[in-house]
Every structure is written in C-alpha cells, then in structure tokens.
Design a protein around this ligand. Structure first.
Ligand code: SF4
Ligand code: SF4
Ligand code: FES
Length: 287
C-alpha cells in the first residue's frame, strides 16, 4: 500500500491556522502474521496466516487486535494494560519469549511475524495459556512474617531498616508476573519440573525463586524458607544458564541477585560443615 501523504507544518503556521490540522499523517503498511491457533492442551494446532494493516510505531499486540477486528474475532489472546506492566500478553514472537505490547513491529526482521503461545504452560485457546500453576506455587510460599520489634521500634511504630537492605529485596518487587522467565527455563519447560508445589522433587522456577529471595532478604522478615528452597522449591535444579535473566522485561538480575544467593543459603545450611558447627554451637540459623 502507498504511504499516506506527510504534511509538514511549522509551529508558526500551526498557531496561526484556524480549524483542524494534520501535523503528520501516520505511515501505514501491511504485515504478515503467522499465528498458532488451537483449542485445549491436547488439541491439534495449526499456523494461520493473516495480512493486516499497521501504522508506524505499532506493536505486535496492535497487529493481533487488527486481526481480531478485521479478520477473525475468535482469535484469543490475553492482554490488559498495553503498557508492559500487567504481564498478561506474554507470547513467543519469532521463537523468543516477549511481551506482545512491548515488541515494536519495525524492530523485527523482514518476513512473517510468527506469534505462538508460551510453551511451558498448557494452552487454553490460541495465544492464551493456563498459568494457574504459578499461583499455586505462590500459595505454597510462606508469606511475609514480621519479626519481633525492638523496644525502640515499638516506640516509633516502625521497623528500623537500612536502605541497602531495602534496596536488595526491592529489585525483585518490580516483577510483573509475565512468566516469560518461567517459559524460557529449561528445567520447567524441557525437564517437566513444574510439579505439585507442595511436594518434593519439582522446581518453582525463576519467578518464585526471586519471590522467596525478596522475602528471605527482607530485613523485617523472620520466617525461614531455606528448607523450602532446598526441597519443594528445588533451587538446586537451576544450573545458572541465565536464560531467565535475558528475557525479563523488567531487567531483574534474576540469577545473579536472586537465585545464586538462595543457592548459597542452601549450601551454607546443608553442605558447609564449618557453618553447621558454628550454628550448632551458637544455636543460630542464618536468615
Ligand atoms: S538460570 Fe536457572 S532458573 Fe534461570 S532459566 Fe536457567 S535453569 Fe532456569
Ligand atoms: S521475573 Fe521478570 S520475566 Fe519473570 S515473571 Fe517477573 S517480570 Fe516476568
Ligand atoms: S498488555 Fe500488559 S504487559 Fe502487555
């Protein structure tokens, strides 16, 4: 399709002109989308091709909406904010886990844009998957458990916390629960370790390892989640390939700042004989 005409106009012309003006007509173009369609976790799926008109600056989610509006309203996708903050529109775009609303079409290479649902979780319909396992994992983690306040804290009515300690766990609270890291993690995806989160033998995945890290590193938390990390959360399964960190849209340092310190706590607790002796003698457990 030919580009719409561009109208150049100066600020002076703009302020002196009466009536509506077009400052710049947007460029339109056709894109070729190849979308995986299918119903239910076991149902067969097919790739379906669509050609839709998009405008300059559009993202993949815009193109999907265009398909729904002009080609096939039955195409299912999940979205909410279109601002990279709700974590709903996760998909695999040209094989890479990404947010559809944050992937500009013009940044993708020439050729069809292949859009598929995340593969770690069972498909419900088309691009929508059932991510409820993640919420069951979250429920299995002991929530924030405040420690006893000191007399000084009680008088003030608040915990004394150093900013450096607050900052450490703050990073993990940027998580938008898009589950792209869970999708890319080979332990969940290829080794099938997304098991019953209340039982030993599975892996909670990067998202919930940093959720545990955010609680364990919280300076006012008193709970001990190290046994959970070792057993049900299966932190030992992570082999620090850092694929999760690479796809995180919030740029959280999942492995370096979250998973590795949690692995160290498990190693200290269960495998370091010196630490074991010190804790036995002093009758302390490390938070
Ligand atoms: S670093 Fe660990 S948690 Fe992250 S993708 Fe690799 S195995 Fe999974
Ligand atoms: S850690 Fe990053 S990739 Fe994983 S769920 Fe949170 S925001 Fe998404
Ligand atoms: S629609 Fe909310 S993150 Fe994409």
């Amino acid at each position: 399709m030919a580009d719409a005409p561009k109208v150049d106009i100066t600020v002076q012309q703009l302020t002196s002109q009466k009536g509506p003006v077009v400052i710049q007509a947007s460029k339109k173009s056709l894109v070729h989308l190849r979308v995986r369609r299918g119903l239910g976790p076991e149902g067969a799926s097919t790739m379906e091709d669509f050609q839709v008109e998009v405008e300059e600056g559009n993202v993949v989610l815009d193109a999907i909406h265009k398909v729904q509006a002009t080609e096939d309203p039955s195409l299912a996708c999940r979205w909410n904010c279109k601002a990279g903050k709700c974590g709903s529109c996760s998909a695999e775009i040209n094989g890479v886990p990404r947010l559809m609303c944050m992937t500009r079409i013009e940044e993708l290479p020439e050729g069809p844009i292949v859009v598929e649902p995340v593969k770690t979780f069972p498909r419900k319909k088309d691009l929508v998957t059932d991510v409820s396992w993640n919420y069951r994992v979250n429920e299995a983690i002991q929530p924030f458990t405040p420690r006893e306040m000191t007399a000084e804290e009680k008088a003030k009515g608040e915990f004394n916390m150093k900013q450096v300690d607050v900052d450490r766990s703050q990073e993990f609270r940027k998580c938008i629960e898009c589950f792209l890291c869970q999708d890319v993690c080979h332990v969940l995806r290829d080794q099938g370790k997304a098991l019953d989160p209340t039982k030993d033998g599975g892996f909670y995945g990067p998202r919930f390892t940093i959720r545990i890290a955010s609680l364990e590193m919280h300076p006012a938390d008193a709970a001990d989640r190290v046994p959970l990390l070792r057993r049900e959360a299966g932190v030992g399964y992570c082999n620090i390939t850092k694929c999760c960190t690479e796809v995180c849209p919030e740029h959280i340092h999942i492995t370096d700042n979250g998973i590795i310190p949690m692995k160290e706590r498990v190693a200290d607790r269960y495998f370091d004989p010196l630490q074991l002796v010190i804790r036995k003698v002093t009758n302390t457990s490390r938070k």
